[in-house]
Design a protein. Structure first.
Lengths: 253, 222
């Protein structure tokens, strides 16, 4: 089992991730296929919510993943600032758009479910609002990545912003709960056991695992792309310098 | 160390007062925002009185956020930020001094002007006191959360809009509890003191987190 320190070598990371990626993508595909089959054809319709309950099978994993990816970013931020791990800012940069996408999916599926059930696409309810604020924080982080040219500096600045956001997210959650609540409370992770029926719980858990693997596979692929982008950038600079040197010596390139 | 701290506060206050540093400009901006709202909503005084605290809080929030990108940027441009970094004063305390000066130059005048502007939105007298009090204890949080945002973007040349985009989501709790406490004077189930004390706690936490985060960001930006 390689430790995080071994992964600090980008070449080793590239080799390992290239071996790992097809397996993760394959497992994600199989789990998502099984999960969607169970969710669409096997799981019963809800006695109150009818067929719309099936939206929940995408909505809930998306919400979990939006939070999980932010937590991953916060851990990567610590990696950047404390341990100066060379791949931590790559991990963080790759996670931000995926997390933003999952929070957007969570909001959109919630809106499609809310229209028939609550009679409106959007209400200013506490949980909806905290996910919306989370999306705004994600977008701010992406904006800061784009605003700073130097990737090393951008990585450290974004790491600080991520950690400040990480401290703030529970406070925002708490304050928004105080402000207004309509969304149902948590029904899967509870001290007295889940309150949803096993026929719905199983597809949900399988889909949650599938989406998690999908998110991790996307994350690995995005990290590989970012490493290659940086390599291309470095190689381009080296090539340009070589041309400059040759030009100074009066030789043709 | 105390002398350096006081020197930074004094210098920033002098800059805010004399060199068009934005202290009085934030006030004018605040006034303009509050004046614009009735044009958008219509001159219904009952409606304005009901949403008055919210208007004043939003105005104060925007007036604080708009000028924030200059907080460290001007120091970076004229080189004084390098002197502050090199001085014996810990960077956290220097940020504390700059945040304090920013609050004295913008947050405090906004809180003091709020009752006057409350007249424009037909706020009852008892609500004016609570709006002013919440702004007084809430605006330090805005200054210091904003200081962290300003420090993160210190090297960006076209940074104007990015600071509000970064900072605004983080100010949601301050806005919620500020408006919630102010509204208690207009009637409602929530007593004044509960959200007010949480607002105080948010401000205190923001001063600490903001100072450390901004100092860390300024060190990274070297």
């Amino acid at each position: 089992m390689p430790s995080l320190t071994d992964l600090a070598n980008p070449t080793r990371f590239m080799r390992l991730s290239a071996a790992l990626l097809p397996w993760m993508a394959g497992a994600a595909t199989i789990l998502l296929a099984i999960g969607f089959y169970l969710a669409w054809f096997v799981a019963p319709a809800d006695y109150q919510q009818g067929e719309t309950i099936r939206i929940m099978f995408v909505h809930v994993p998306a919400a979990w993943l939006a939070l999980m990816l932010y937590t991953m970013m916060a851990v990567s931020a610590l990696g950047t600032l404390v341990w100066r791990h060379p791949l931590a800012d790559v991990a963080q940069k790759a996670a931000a758009p995926i997390g933003a996408a999952f929070s957007l999916i969570c909001l959109l599926t919630g809106a499609f479910w809310g229209k028939p059930m609550w009679g409106t696409y959007w209400v200013w309810d506490a949980r909806l609002t905290s996910v919306l604020v989370l999306l705004l924080i994600y977008l701010g982080i992406i904006a800061l990545w784009r605003a700073l040219d130097d990737s090393g500096r951008a990585g450290r600045a974004v790491a600080i912003l991520t950690l400040v956001g990480f401290v703030n997210v529970p406070i925002i959650k708490f304050s928004v709960d105080w402000w207004n609540t309509l969304h149902q409370p948590a029904s899967v992770f509870r001290a007295d056991g889940p309150t949803i029926h096993p026929a719905m719980l199983w597809p949900l858990l399988i889909l949650a695992l599938g989406f998690t693997l999908l998110a991790l596979a996307l994350h690995l692929a995005a990290m590989r792309a970012e490493i290659m982008r940086r390599r291309v950038r470095t190689l381009t600079i080296l090539e340009a310098e070589r041309h400059d040197r040759l030009a100074m010596q009066g030789l043709p390139a | 160390m105390t002398r350096a701290f006081i020197a930074i506060v004094g210098r920033d206050l002098a800059l805010a007062a004399r060199a068009g540093g934005g202290g009085e400009l934030a006030l004018v901006f605040f006034l303009t925002l509050v004046v614009l709202v009735p044009f958008a909503l219509g001159p219904d005084l009952a409606l304005l009185a009901r949403i008055g605290p919210a208007i004043l809080w939003l105005g104060a929030l925007l007036a604080t956020l708009i000028g924030l990108d200059r907080l460290f940027q001007s120091d970076e441009e004229d080189g004084s930020l390098d002197l502050i970094r090199a001085s014996a004063l810990p960077l956290e305390l220097a940020v504390l001094a700059k945040g304090l000066a920013h609050w004295l130059a913008t947050g405090l005048p906004l809180a003091l002007a709020a009752p006057m502007l409350g007249l424009l939105v037909a706020l009852p007298i008892e609500a004016m006191a609570s709006v002013a009090a919440t702004l007084l204890v809430g605006t330090p949080a805005l200054s210091f959360i904003g200081a962290a945002g300003a420090a993160l973007t210190v090297g960006i040349r076209r940074g104007g809009l990015i600071v509000p985009v970064l900072v605004a989501p983080l100010t949601v709790p301050v806005l919620i509890f500020g408006v919630s406490a102010s509204n208690s004077a207009l009637g409602g189930a929530i007593p004044f003191l509960t959200p007010f004390l949480i607002l105080c706690a948010l401000s205190l936490a923001a001063i600490v987190v903001g100072a450390f985060a901004a100092a860390a960001a300024l060190r990274q930006a070297e």
